[in-house]
Design a protein around this ligand. Structure first.
Ligand code: CTP
Ligand code: MG
Length: 228
């Protein structure tokens, strides 16, 4: 019983418009529908919990997709609060040591091959696993006036993607530990790292992009309309 948790309670204010970014359309469907379809069409995933904003009027009300259950809950003020809420909304028959995948609603271009590689890695590593991509660009540190203060070595640096996969009990312990220590974790792995653990990096496709800007949305449109 591997379930996916999908935080979708963010406002995506950077787009400026009134539509939260997970509901922007690409290739004829909202981004969140692409994300849910990618997860639920994978044979290793048994269902999803979606964390929604309390005032979300756009959620289409799905309770099943691809023949699998879709459960909803109300998310929280930070991403980690939304993931915690989703954890608490899991059905009772999902055991404590089951693997869970956390995936951003705003990441529509996820492929089954990456899900399989992630699940395999997380089953082999007790600390969990995340999809990630090596940093390709040269990294500059800016000073207050946007002049270059220096060049950062990029060796060994990766960009954290989603899904991120952890056992249910570990994920709960990590997020509660982070919350009680005032740590704002921008991904689940960061909360797990604070327990002194070391999730494994699984190299994933670089086109598994998170839509944050209008340029990202244009790119997502091209990728989703022309699957490779
Ligand atoms: N998210 C959430 N609850 C929050 C904040 C974010 O469920 N309180 C979700 C978003 O909906 C998104 C994912 O977490 O699916 C990644 O968050 P992020 O990229 O930061 O998205 P937003 O907060 O929506 O947008 P932004 O910060 O870019 O304005
Ligand atoms: Mg945000």
């Amino acid at each position: 019983m591997t379930w996916a948790l999908v935080p979708a309670a963010g406002s995506g204010r950077r787009f400026g418009g009134d539509v939260p970014k997970q509901y922007l359309q690409a290739a004829g469907k909202p981004l969140i529908e692409h994300a849910l379809a990618a997860l639920l069409s994978h044979p290793g995933i048994d269902g999803v919990v979606v964390a929604l904003a309390a005032d979300d009027a756009r959620w289409p009300g799905w309770t099943r997709l691809h023949g699998k259950p879709v459960v909803t809950c109300i998310g929280g003020g930070e991403r980690a609060d939304s993931v915690l809420a989703a954890l608490h909304a899991l059905p009772v028959d999902v055991a404590n040591d089951e693997l869970l995948l956390v995936h951003d609603a705003a990441r529509p271009n996820l492929r089954g091959t990456d899900i399989t590689a992630l699940i395999d890695a997380a089953q082999a590593c007790a600390d969990g696993a995340i999809l990630a991509a090596p940093v390709r660009d040269t990294l500059k540190r800016a000073d207050a006036g946007n002049r270059i203060a220096g060049t950062e070595p990029r060796d060994g640096l990766w960009r954290a993607l989603t899904p991120q996969a952890f056992r249910r009990d570990l994920l709960l312990r990590a997020l509660e530990h982070a919350r009680s220590h005032g740590l704002v974790a921008t991904d689940e792995a960061m909360a797990v790292e604070r327990l002194g653990l070391h999730p494994v990096l699984v190299e994933g496709r670089e086109d598994n992009l998170k839509v944050t800007t209008p340029a990202d949305l244009a790119l997502a449109e091209i990728l989703l309309a022309n699957p490779t």
